[in-house]
Design a protein around this ligand. Structure first.
Ligand code: ADP
Ligand code: MG
Length: 620
């Protein structure tokens, strides 16, 4: 740091990573230089929001009456561009820290990202938290002059070419805010043209919440409207989508939007969007979940998480209420009794709209469900109170309608005459679950079964035990009346009882302690065997949940049930089968049941047995 006596300018060194960043910005040939303007306007808007907010509680703000705005002036001949805001301003310490000496992890990340990026990363520099420096794509030099809102603070100026150090000196500035003067590079002189500035503002900064003026004009260059306060019939689809894009920086258009104005019981404007993808884009401007909360047009909180339940956290947008107390701080907003009421209203609106979409635009709803269904399932798991509201929104694939998404109502409507329960099967993937022996009986009866193959399903089932008057029942555990089914089978097809008893003994001997019991089943038709837990109090979903959570628990011992009509079992008793082969087949039958339950500890261990079996069979 050196001090020049005459001008009392001090010079400071940029942090190493900032220096590197500047070097890249100055020397790379960026196509979309114009984004620097968006970044500077976004900073001005932040500064205006902050002073607006400060004035809610602080009487002692410099220039409290001055209009909150941004003014841009350009001088083509001089290649000068000036952007001035009446925002919160910066003190000397703040300007030194904010524009150069603060350690910037964002700068480092940006440099890293540019190394293997295909596209022009400067476009999204703001997302790295170092947007200000983008000005050096277009500037020969930059001077920032600022006067803080604190009445006693002195004006200060910051000057840099971006090539080495920056200079700080005292400045003359009477009004609150920040002025950024830019000497444009030759190849950036277009930014001194008013019409060019106008287009850029329309494209990138139309929804900045404060007026932007160009030159001496009294006419705003940006729409500035709080779109959420504008009448629906005055807004085009394009405007709605532009607003979303400028807020989130997502490339894809939103899937759905909700724009509502409520007068009672509280005054509320809400403009909400459901994104088309659950995952935020890599360069999304939204760093967290949560809605933007405004009170009378003042931004109170950028990410308000208590306006919607967890399970709707994918919703983006703005909520604005007239009823928030004016002397609020962010903390008191959170604790004011109004928030739960706002949450109830906003949640109700979203849920109603989802129901509407589900009825009126099935295709859209399905694409919603495929992205966000898992959130709703989580809602049922974690918020029992929500179950009733969420139930109608659930969609399932089933054994009889494996290609379509069915609601619980669809299911109930198709239930068989005598059916009193809703059946489901839990498994790891939609294909293998259809092969489960537990499904045998239901398949043979043409009974519909919900296929639950998402890990979240097990959690959901803890909260979803009943729909309307119908209990949900796992097919593995359902007590079904099989008398009719077994009568249908002619007794002749079954293995004679005494032979079957021998068979049971053989299985017991071979499997020993590994199974609780071996017994006959009247529930199987295609499958040889199945594993069940014979204890009525046993909850397989809970076991699954424990397994997913990696908790230590002991799987209860299972009972092996055999299909008394299955041809494999019949042949197993034939005289010419050697004891060795019998044993190997029994082992393999048991392994198969473990496999379909997703319980096999080491499936690859079966390979050698299968090879063995093949050899034995071919030897004959
Ligand atoms: P970000 O906006 O993501 O914080 P920037 O590089 O754009 O990162 O800006 C750095 C910081 O400089 C801002 O956080 C803010 O503190 C300060 N700053 C920039 N422009 C202004 C302005 N017009 N008024 C007040 N402070 C500003
Ligand atoms: Mg910024």
């Amino acid at each position: 740091m050196t001090e020049d006596k005459k001008t009392s300018a001090q010079s400071f060194t940029f942090k190493a990573e900032t220096k590197q960043l500047l070097n890249i910005l100055i020397h790379s040939l960026y196509k979309d230089k114009e984004v620097f303007l968006r970044e500077l306007l976004s900073n001005a808007s932040d500064a205006l929001n902050r002073v607006h907010f400060e004035m809610l509680t602080n009487q002692n703000v410099l220039d409290a009456d001055v209009e909150l705005n941004i003014r841009i002036t350009a001088d083509k001949d001089e290649r000068m561009l000036t952007i001035q805001d009446t925002g919160i301003g910066m003190t000397k310490d703040e300007i030194i820290e904010n524009l150069g000496t603060i350690a910037q992890s964002g700068a480092r990340n940006f440099i890293e990202a540019t190394k293997d990026a295909e596209e022009d990363l400067a476009q999204v520099i703001g997302q790295f938290g170092v947007g200000f420096y983008s000005v050096f794509m277009a500037a020969e030099w930059v001077r920032v002059t600022s006067r803080s809102y604190k009445p006693r603070a002195k004006a200060v100026s910051w000057y840099a070419t971006g090539e080495d150090d920056f200079e700080i000196s005292p400045a003359e500035m009477n009004e609150r805010g920040t002025k950024i003067e830019i000497k444009l590079k030759k190849d950036a002189e277009e930014f001194a043209e008013d019409y060019r500035l106008n287009t850029i503002i329309k494209k990138h900064s139309d929804y900045i919440g404060f007026p932007i003026y160009i030159g001496d004009s009294e006419e705003q260059a940006n729409a500035q409207s709080s779109l959420w306060r504008t009448a629906r019939n005055e807004i085009t689809d394009e405007q709605y989508n532009d607003f979303y894009r400028q807020m989130t920086m997502e490339f894809e258009e939103p899937l759905y939007r909700i724009h509502s104005v409520t007068d009672a019981p509280v005054q509320l404007f809400a403009l909400l969007y459901i994104p088309s993808k659950a995952e935020r884009g890599m360069f999304s401007a939204r760093k967290e979940d949560g809605l933007k909360l405004y009170s009378r047009n003042i931004l109170i909180d950028e990410y308000t998480k208590d306006l919607l339940p967890e399970y709707l956290r994918f919703v983006q947008g703005v909520v604005d209420s007239e009823d928030l107390p004016l002397n609020v701080s962010r903390e008191t907003v959170q604790s004011s009794g109004l928030m739960p009421r706002l949450k109830k209203i906003v949640t109700g609106q979203v849920m109603r709209e989802l129901e509407k979409m589900a009825k009126k635009d099935v295709e859209k709803y399905i694409s919603f469900w495929e992205e966000f269904g898992v959130f709703l399932k989580q809602g049922i798991a974690s918020e029992p109170m929500a179950t009733e509201k969420v139930q109608p929104l659930l969609r399932f694939k089933t054994n009889t309608n494996p290609e379509e998404w069915s609601s619980l109502d669809d299911y109930v409507e198709r239930m068989q005459e005598e059916q009193k329960e809703i059946y489901y099967i839990v498994g790891d993937d939609p294909k293998s679950v259809l092969l489960s022996p537990h499904l045998d009986y239901f398949q043979s009866q043409g009974t519909e079964v919900l296929l639950l193959t998402n890990p979240m399903d097990s959690f959901m089932l803890m909260g979803l035990t009943k729909y309307k008057e119908y209990e949900l029942k796992s097919v593995a555990q359902a007590d079904v009346d099989t008398t009719e089914a077994s009568e249908k089978e002619s007794e002749a097809e079954k293995i004679p009882e005494d032979e079957f008893a021998t068979l049971l003994e053989l299985f017991k001997e071979t499997l020993g302690e590994r199974v609780e019991d071996v017994r006959t089943s009247n529930r199987l038709s295609q499958s040889v065997a199945r594993l069940i837990v014979a204890d009525d109090n046993f909850n397989p979903e809970l076991q699954r949940v424990y397994r997913y959570l990696g908790k230590d628990y002991e799987d209860p011992k299972k009972t092996l049930e055999l299909n008394p009509s299955h041809s494999i079992l019949k042949s197993l008793l034939a005289e010419n089968i050697e004891a060795d082969l019998q044993k190997e087949i029994i082992e393999q039958i048991y392994d198969n049941t473990l496999l379909v339950e997703g319980l096999h500890p080491d499936p690859s261990s079966m390979a050698s047995r299968i090879q063995n079996l093949m050899e034995m069979v071919l030897d004959k």
